[in-house]
Ligand binder design. Structure first.
Ligand SMILES: Cc1ncc(COP(=O)(O)O)c(C=O)c1O
Length: 357
């Protein structure tokens, strides 16, 4: 097999131990005589899988008793329709927009809700919104934000300080990479394909009191989905199986603390290097909000951006080109990026920079 170092923003690299287990289970799942691809969502083995995932989430995230784990489909994008459709129409919604994904959410919400406010945040103002004393969210019943803007590389880890008690957070690109508490959260969701597994399943952590009755059709009906333990219809069994493997692996590695430290150390090393070479490199994100999951930067000379990506590919380093809307470079340091991979990238990065000076 060709050896590559995959720094893609998602679907992203999976830990090798997870791939090895998948390989075995595709051949035969737990002595059942059939492949994991064939297991029924109504079978006892699938029920066990769901129970294990629930327990793993409780352990990893210290999930409060009044939070439900739902495993849905349609990716994070579907949540932009699903969430507002499950909020009574007489409530006020707001979106704190810090980048591309939050903007898309606000656009979709505005098609469903009239009582709707957008708080556009540029870097300097963002601190105001996070201030415990900020009173601008008082008339909002539910406030949406994106904790990590994957394209711009802007992250808000300290959303627990926001002066609002019903946050809805898109954590697609950073769930599982640092600790937070659920005190001011109502609803957290994430497509699994970055830190938590493969595409097909969306993880939703939902507070009991958010589950209101609605006469929505079935797959838009949050309360019905919660009651059925996410198996109102056929769920993405394979993606759920991989989610279970990934959560087991996360616990074995030492839980969220381990990944938080790893992301801190790796991202510090790379940002320090960028800052120390500001004659050729630039990171536009303000220090406080620099993402530890997606490092977005550029070479001042655009020719170097292209060359850096192309030469990296020759060394097996892939997935590091910036999003087409912003250009430059994006290095995604998700949980699966171990020190060996990181050091390999940094060696290439440092040599390249020495070479162009
Ligand atoms: C923060 C964030 N939100 C939403 C999405 C969209 O996810 P999906 O493709 O699962 O709909 C992405 C995809 O990269 C993302 O990074």
């Amino acid at each position: 097999m060709t050896k590559v170092f995959n720094f893609s923003p998602g679907p992203s690299k999976l830990p090798q131990v997870v791939i090895n287990k998948v390989e075995k289970a595709v051949k035969e799942y737990k002595k059942t005589g059939k492949s994991v691809l064939e297991i029924s969502h109504r079978s006892s083995e699938f029920g066990e899988l769901l129970n294990e995932i629930n327990l793993n989430f409780e352990k990893l995230f210290h999930l409060p008793k009044d939070f439900n784990v739902l495993l849905l489909q349609g990716g994070a994008t579907y949540q932009n329709t699903f969430v507002p459709m499950n909020i009574p129409k007489n409530r006020n919604l707001g979106c704190l927009v810090t980048g591309t994904w939050g903007k898309k959410t606000a656009e979709d919400y505005s098609k469903i809700f009239n009582n709707f406010d957008v708080f556009e945040a540029r870097d300097r103002e963002l601190e105001t919104y996070l201030d415990k004393e900020y009173s601008g969210f008082q008339n909002i019943d539910f406030l949406h934000l994106t904790s990590n803007e994957t394209i711009e590389g802007l992250q808000i880890q300290n959303f627990n300080t926001i002066n609002h008690k019903n946050l809805i957070i898109d954590m697609s690109s950073d769930l599982g990479s640092y600790n937070f508490n659920f005190n001011n959260l109502s609803y957290v969701y994430a497509g699994a394909q970055k830190n938590m597994g493969i595409p097909g399943v969306t993880i939703c952590l939902v507070k009991e009191e958010f589950l209101t009755d609605s006469d929505n059709p079935k797959y838009l009906n949050l309360k019905l989905l919660a009651k059925s333990n996410s198996i109102l219809n056929t769920p993405p069994t394979m993606s759920i199986y991989v989610l279970n493997l990934v959560t087991n692996w996360m616990l074995e590695m030492g839980g969220i603390d381990y990944f938080q430290n790893k992301a801190h150390e790796q991202s510090k090393e790379i940002y320090d290097f960028i800052d120390n070479n500001s004659d050729v490199l630039d990171c536009k994100v303000e220090n406080k909000f620099r993402s530890k999951s997606n490092i977005v930067f550029n070479f001042l000379n655009d020719e170097h951006n292209k060359e850096f990506v192309n030469l990296a590919a020759e060394k097996g380093i892939i997935g590091i080109n910036g999003h087409r809307s912003v250009g430059g470079i994006r290095v995604s340091l998700f949980n699966s990026i171990d020190d060996h991979m990181f050091d390999y990238f940094m060696k290439y990065f440092k040599n390249y920079v020495i070479g162009i000076k």
